[in-house]
Write a protein that binds this ligand. Structure first.
Ligand code: FAD
Length: 225
């Protein structure tokens, strides 16, 4: 497989993510979509940056986004801000907020539900003016709001370079390497270990473990010659 960055931050279209630079979201579910289908969903934390999105959940699914971009697909990132609530439960929560703060503007009412800095994005994405008073929200507007809170979209336009990637995907095909010695099946006396191999894993120490294990085996085998 071609060599490409993985566990890497992603760049987004426009300036919506950039406007949220420095904001981190906890306990969200982030997914990547292409060819009209959801391809990966990861729960955890994410971060907005000056170029787009990063943070553990984004890094974990970035490999699929990079591969889809390389294949020429249009890729979008979707954030579920309330993964623990289904649409009905979220609607109840919205109605409770409207009951309590019904006379307040949407921008104030939403403070209980999402970070203040996301309110302008919410208003423009849902088409509900931030100044709309809570109890004036129509059922359709509430439905749009609910849908947006569970599916905040950003178009992915690219990825950061190898310099910012945690690992490299692709490399020497493992079928061309003897797993008992890490010696090349093509060239005698040539051994491979670590990231140069077409082996990549999620975060959590698996990549270091792969580098340590293959390095130990390659070194031992080469030294035994
Ligand atoms: C910021 C960051 C955080 C990470 N966190 C984790 C983590 O939490 N868990 C995890 O499992 N993995 C993590 N990784 C990934 C992990 O570090 C790598 O998968 C692992 O170090 C790969 O080991 P390696 O020996 O193949 O390559 P490297 O560790 O990159 O070692 C290659 C070495 O070769 C040297 N070198 C390069 N070219 C030459 C040359 N021409 N001549 C001589 N020497 C050369 C380099 O200087 C380097 O010392 C992280 C990576 C980064 C960047």
């Amino acid at each position: 497989m071609p060599v490409r960055p993985a566990l890497v931050p992603l760049e987004t279209a426009g300036d919506a993510a950039q406007a949220l630079q420095g904001l981190s979201l906890q306990d969200v579910v982030v997914s990547v979509w292409f060819k009209g289908k959801k391809r990966a969903g990861v729960a955890g934390e994410m971060l907005f940056t000056h170029f787009g999105v990063s943070g553990p959940a984004v890094l974990s699914l970035s490999g699929q986004a990079v591969d889809a971009l390389l294949a020429g697909h249009r890729v979008t990132l979707a954030i579920d801000l309330f993964p623990d609530l289904d649409e009905d439960e979220l609607d109840h929560q919205l109605l409770r907020s409207i009951d309590t703060h019904g006379r307040q503007q949407l921008s104030t009412l939403l403070k209980d539900l999402l970070p203040h800095r996301m309110i302008p994005l919410c208003a423009s994405a849902t088409g509900i003016p931030a100044r709309r008073v809570g109890h004036q929200l129509t059922a359709q507007e509430r439905a749009r709001l609910r849908a947006w809170l569970k599916d905040v979209r950003f178009e992915i336009t690219g990825h950061r370079s190898f310099k910012e990637a945690i690992i490299t995907a692709g490399g020497v095909n493992t079928r061309e390497v003897d797993p008992n010695t890490m010696q090349s099946r093509r060239t005698e006396g040539l051994y491979f270990a670590g990231e140069v191999l077409d082996v990549d894993a999620d975060t959590g120490g698996y990549n270091l473990q792969a580098a340590f294990s293959t390095g130990w085996l390659a070194g031992r085998s080469a030294g035994a010659l």
